[in-house]
Design a protein around this ligand. Structure first.
Ligand code: URA
Length: 244
């Protein structure tokens, strides 16, 4: 049993605070009975309506996927390409899951999936300070100084990126490429590719190797596992930490 405002927020309809207002205004019904008491609890089997419309509530589920390349980070695709939902094992197909943020079609690695709208906003909202770590194969041999130049921010699409960390892994002189790492606390659209393009090193291959403390160690490509309660708790803690 959970407080009704929490269940409503989890459905993704609105924030918990807004749900409290809806309850106080008498706009919420549980199994046909209007509730105005904020402490009222319900289960995920109850029928909850807001302004007469039933909200879709499923048992909150949190997964980590080892996303392969060639799969789109959305629920449906007009071009009928594989999506991160279509490749899920059957038991997770109908839980109303969606990806927490996006990885590009050609990016692989750590991708969280959930049906908890509140959790989603905490993880990817503008105030989320969770570290995302990427391994990046770039075209060209980059110097350590040039790589470090990204750390104070670089302008992409008229926006100066926040401070970040970088590290050098190796270079491949024969193929004229370098392997580097970058750790960001934000997640603008195609941020890593745009940051490296901005300093003249186009990205050839991108892998997200960490989201907070979550990795895909032991998960085969395309596979998933449920997040453990302590991992969820840590993600909430990390998302609360203020920016440095
Ligand atoms: N940055 C990118 O450019 N692409 C991704 O998929 C993730 C981060």
């Amino acid at each position: 049993m959970e407080r009704i405002q929490k269940i409503i927020a989890r459905s993704g309809l609105c924030s918990r605070r807004k749900a409290e207002e809806l309850i106080k205004e008498g706009r919420v019904q549980v199994n046909g009975v209007t509730v105005t008491e904020l402490g009222t609890k319900a289960s995920y089997d109850d029928i909850i309506t807001v302004d007469g419309k039933q909200i879709v509530i499923k048992e909150p589920t949190y997964l980590v996927m080892n996303k392969p390349r060639g799969v789109i980070s959305s629920v449906k695709d007009e071009k009928n390409r594989k999506t991160v939902i279509s490749i899920l094992p059957k038991e997770f197909q109908n839980l109303g899951l969606y990806p927490v943020g996006r990885l590009d079609y050609d990016t692989k690695g750590v991708l969280l999936l959930t049906n908890d709208g509140e959790f989603m906003n905490r993880m990817v909202g503008p105030n989320s300070n969770i570290e995302k770590e990427y391994l990046v194969r770039i075209n060209g041999i980059i110097s350590k100084e040039r790589l470090k130049s990204l750390e104070d921010g670089v302008v992409i699409d008229g926006y100066k990126t926040r401070k970040c960390k970088t590290y050098f892994v190796s270079m491949d002189k024969k193929n004229n490429s370098s392997l580097v790492g970058i750790i960001l606390k934000e997640g603008k659209n195609q941020q890593v590719k745009k940051m490296f393009a901005a300093i003249g090193y186009p990205v050839k291959r991108l892998t997200r190797i960490r989201f907070g403390e979550i990795t895909v160690d032991g998960i085969p490509e395309g596979g998933v596992r449920l997040l453990k309660p302590h991992e969820l708790k840590r993600l909430y803690v990390l998302s609360n930490q203020t920016s440095k």
